[in-house]
Design a protein around this ligand. Sequence first.
Ligand code: TZP
Ligand code: MG
Length: 236
Amino acid sequence: MPKPHVNYHLYLVTDSTPAVLKDPSRFFDVVEQALRGGVSLVQLREKTADTGELVSIAKRLHELTKKYNVPLLINDRVDVALAVGCEGVHIGQDDMDLETARKLLGDDKIIGVTVSNVEEALIACKNGADYLGIGTVYATPTKTNTKAIIGAAGVREILAAMETAGYYDKVRTVCIGGLNKYNIARIMYQSRHVDGKQGWLTLNGVAVVSAVMSADDPEEASKELLTLVKSSDKFR
Ligand code: TZP
Ligand code: MG
């Protein structure tokens, strides 16, 4: 089976904790509304569920994402992705290493890696990541154990290093952390100067948790975010 084509424009990372999702019993309903609004990729991120619970949520979520032809990735857990037969995983710097994950999942699955600096980014690119989740961009109550808040400058530095190393057009990029309709446009485009000329480095998309999961109308919120992202995608 070939690797599925992935559209990274609007990447929903789920969170069913009450601080993010006021009514956790609406979890699948909220994700479905987001899919209707145009979310193009979904990551199941459940930090507290036990394995049995996680597999059962992932199976149900996969049925839903398949209906919308949207890939589902699992946060941290290669075993759960294999059990469910979904499209891939997202791993952090402290999770299973990329080479091992790739061996277990094979070349047809999507693997994304969290990176917060140039060194991590270039290693992930070299080791075959399909995409980088660059962050944490802005401080966010959704994730407080973040290693570093990198801001727009940190994002620019990583994209520029990817360009220099020849990965910019090969490995996809999304940003995560405190992103919403007010700051997305500013983070998608990063200006840079080469030989005295101004140019732009851009991301392939944006990953959000609360901007969609906590929205009063997740479908409308997704539509609005997607419109902002699409105007600055580098593979438009
Ligand atoms: N990784 C870095 S920040 C973050 C994750 C999972 C949470 C982002 O949440 P929000 O609500 O979009 O700021
Ligand atoms: Mg992790």
